[in-house]
Design a protein around this ligand. Structure first.
Ligand SMILES: O=C(O)c1ccc(O)c(O)c1
Ligand SMILES: [Mg+2]
Length: 597
């Protein structure tokens, strides 16, 4: 697989972009005219730099609005084109992108448009240039790839082909299967972009909200399958217009972009049982092994866990690390940390093969994390998520491995198996928050490295604007990670672990007796609950006395409460009744506001 990327995806000067593309391992680039015209380097200097960096210039995009015009403007368009062909000769680029006319077209006549494209191709032939004609989703008369291909076929020139762009095809809901009817050698170029499903005008959607493959909701695996079945063998090129990516660090965004193509090629090969470009398959996730909270003094967290009814599982025999558990939920407190305040620092998941999972992570560029282990200790293979949260894979039952390294736990109720108490508790979900420039990369990481799939994002009103919440989960829901994105200037929301339990009302009452203060819920909330659900008065009073929150769906009920925030982390206890499958989203504004006051 050859890979390429449009320079418009990235931030900075053209030379900085080219260096970053080479460093990320791309084979080539698409250069947009604007990137060149704002550069002080001559076309020859850019050509030499690309050669030195091992990058080919796979596509150049120098003008718009060529075809579908009357003869007089066409003459001027041909003149413009010839100047750009001369420039391409200096640049060493041999394929030019011509987008369907979105601005000046007045002629809706396929025969005349095909004839005009033919004249352009004949002019380009004198410069050994190929024309790749692309249907923009908002083209005036040509906005469907099948129409663009028909015009190319009608013009019938040896140096005229088409450029397919997944965004224009999938955003319009056009069936991509007809791609297989285009001869592969006539598909001159392939541009790939994912996008979230948005209900907005397609031009703004395209210019601001495209995403790298694996981060949105387009079925790019099926799309690429059609293109490869057609016989296309050119580069997979990313053309992702996105305001965030054009502001983030160019080197890390280029690496992030490159990983999205590794993921897409792997999943497409896997879906078709092709041998090439395959990685190890993602390991199905069984459940959450543990969650780790770090900080250099975690006494407050110990106290809070004891108040919640967690059992002390012992101290690690060689490190300042402690274990607490409630049922199957295990929380590790790690004081080997330079950070003052507690933060959620690691998540362990259980899989069939930790080594295979680690190999897939490495192939997708997830940085390996070194954690000191001593003789006889279970060796894990952690990697870092984009925000630094460490992810561990474990393929052994916890009682057979790392649990044994903890000594001096509460033997009465802690049976050494990692389980404690009789409550059927487990980690229900882990809520992670991201800064504006980390979010998409985190989605790609959890999707590609851990094999989690995205559910539809929701916007939750917070005190400083909408917080985007997107749940990533394993197929059976055993591992669920709601990811939160705060508005750019708002403080980062704290992260939290939600522990599922039964008998939450008694659990809350016992925690109160042990002195735990919950996050205070306003009385107005309970008046609203009464109006919304018509709850029994004594149940409502019980909820209110204990600061419990409540939600109900067609499939069940949800009762939950939050602890105060310690440093950057807090806990939530949740009880799911029936088949309730959400996260209490209607209550999130209450939590976000309470945490700010
Ligand atoms: O938004 C645009 O103008 C634009 C330009 C070139 C492309 O290949 C494209 O997909 C969109
Ligand atoms: Mg395009």
């Amino acid at each position: 697989m050859r890979t390429s990327i449009a320079t418009v995806c990235l931030s900075g000067s053209l030379t900085a972009k080219l260096h970053a593309c080479a460093e990320a391992g791309f084979d080539g680039v698409e250069i947009m005219d604007t990137d060149l015209l704002v550069s002080y380097e001559s076309p020859e200097e850019i050509r030499t730099l690309c050669e030195r960096l091992g990058l080919s210039i796979d596509l150049f995009q120098p003008f718009r609005d060529f075809e579908g015009v009357e003869e007089e403007p066409l003459q001027d368009n041909l003149r413009r084109a010839e100047e750009k062909f001369q420039l391409m000769r200096r640049l060493g680029a041999d394929t030019v992108l011509v987008c369907s006319n979105a601005g000046t077209a007045t002629v809706d006549d396929d025969a005349r448009v095909a004839e005009q494209l033919g004249r352009l191709a004949d002019l380009a032939a004198g410069y050994d240039i190929r024309i790749a004609y692309e249907a923009l989703a908002w083209g005036r008369f040509v906005n469907d790839y099948r129409h663009a291909w028909k015009l190319v076929e009608m013009a019938d020139r040896p140096n005229l082909g088409t450029c397919l762009d997944s965004f224009h095809i999938l955003a319009r809901g056009h069936d991509p299967s007809a791609i297989e009817q285009i001869p592969g050698e006539k598909i001159y170029f392939l541009q790939l972009a994912d996008a979230p499903q948005l209900d907005m005008d397609v031009l703004s959607w395209s210019r601001h909200h495209r995403l790298f493959p694996g981060e949105g909701s387009f079925d790019l695996t099926a799309f690429l399958t059609h293109v490869l079945r057609a016989g296309y063998r050119g580069p997979l090129s990313l053309e992702v217009f996105n305001d965030t990516f054009r502001q983030t660090d160019v080197v890390s965004t280029a690496a992030h972009a490159r990983r999205s193509l590794t993921w897409l090629a792997d999943r497409t090969a896997a879906a078709n049982s092709w041998e090439t470009d395959r990685l190890e398959d993602p390991q199905p996730l069984q459940d959450v092994d543990f969650v780790e909270i770090s900080g250099n003094s975690l006494d407050d967290v110990d106290e809070m866990l004891a108040q919640l009814g967690f059992t002390f599982g012992g101290k690690h025999r060689s490190k300042p690390v402690r274990l607490w558990s409630l049922g199957e939920s295990r929380i590790i407190l790690n004081e080997q940390s330079r950070e003052d305040s507690p933060r959620l620092s690691a998540v362990g998941v259980r899989v069939d093969s930790a080594e295979q999972a680690a190999r897939r992570g490495a192939a997708l560029g997830a940085p390996a994390v070194f954690r000191r282990t001593y003789a006889g200790e279970h060796v894990l293979h952690p990697v870092a998520a984009p925000d630094g949260t460490v992810v561990y894979w474990n393929d052994q039952p916890p009682e057979g491995t790392w649990i044994r390294e903890f000594e001096g736990g509460d033997a009465e109720s802690f049976d050494g198996s990692g389980r404690s108490g009789s409550r059927a508790a487990c980690v229900d979900h882990i809520n992670l928050s991201y800064r504006w420039h980390e979010f998409e990369e985190a989605v790609l990481f959890f999707h590609s490295v851990l094999g989690l799939s995205s559910q539809d994002a929701q916007d939750v009103p917070g005190p400083q604007g909408l917080v985007r919440s997107q749940v990533m989960r394993s197929t059976d829901g055993a591992v669920r990670l709601p990811l939160n994105l705060a508005p750019p200037t708002a403080p980062m929301p704290a992260r939290h672990v939600a522990v599922g339990c039964t008998g939450i009302v008694e659990l809350a009452r016992a925690a109160r007796r042990r002195g735990l203060q919950f996050l205070k819920v306003p009385d107005n909330y309970y008046a609203d609950l009464r109006a919304k659900f018509g709850l029994q008065e004594n149940f409502l009073t019980e909820l209110q006395e204990l600061d419990l929150l409540y939600d109900r769906s067609d499939s069940g009920e949800f009762i939950h409460f939050y602890t105060p925030t310690l440093g950057d982390v807090f806990l939530e206890m949740v009880e799911r009744i029936g088949d309730y499958d959400g996260y209490g989203a209607p209550n999130a504004p209450v939590r976000l506001a309470a945490q700010r006051s």
